[in-house]
Design a protein around this ligand. Sequence first.
Ligand code: ADP
Ligand code: ZN
Length: 204
Amino acid sequence: MRLVLLGAPGAGKGTQAVLLKDRHNLAHISTGDIFRHNLKNNTALGLEAKKYMDAGQLVPDEIVMKMVGEKLAEFKPDEGFMLDGFPRTVAQAEFLEGLTKLDGVILFKVADEAIVKRLTSRAVCKNCGNVTNINEHSVCPSCGGELYRRDDDNEETVRNRLRVYHEQTEALVEFYRKRDILLEIDATGMPEEVFARVIETLES
Ligand code: ADP
Ligand code: ZN
């Protein structure tokens, strides 16, 4: 199965991807994670992407498409994956159509104000990547690791990322609706509740 996870930043795509990964044996391809990994290793790609990420802007299409093209080339035709954070523009979606056939696009729907709240209190475990709330935990509740806040989770950048989502990414909702592969999910509430809705929609 090949899926795209679509939704605003902070809609919970990454969290749901981790849950889905085990259930359906799908690889999780997060373009944001690939950029952050590159940045950590000081690669040219990472340093280039940082300029945009810190401002809450999209990394230019050519850079992202080349990176995703190379990544998807590693997959055999029968291997499934979930794309998390890609595509984010119509140009990226058209590029993806030329690379592979999708089985579904899951749209995670959450109101903007709820997203601002979620992201400005988000903390990520340095050790295991677990995502938690800074107000509820001082260390990772699953492994005891140190928590950190993403550079782009400050309120100003979050609002920018939301604006960019509405201006450049939201058009993909219509794009995929027209192709009749859009699955819409109410992404409010706890991760487990959202996951139950995902499973119900995906498996019915
Ligand atoms: P979020 O969904 O929480 O905003 P991501 O981890 O998916 O965060 O992405 C972080 C940043 O990486 C984005 O704000 C953007 O700068 C860059 N990025 C990730 N994926 C893409 C993409 N498909 N196209 C352009 N930029 C991207
Ligand atoms: Zn942890």
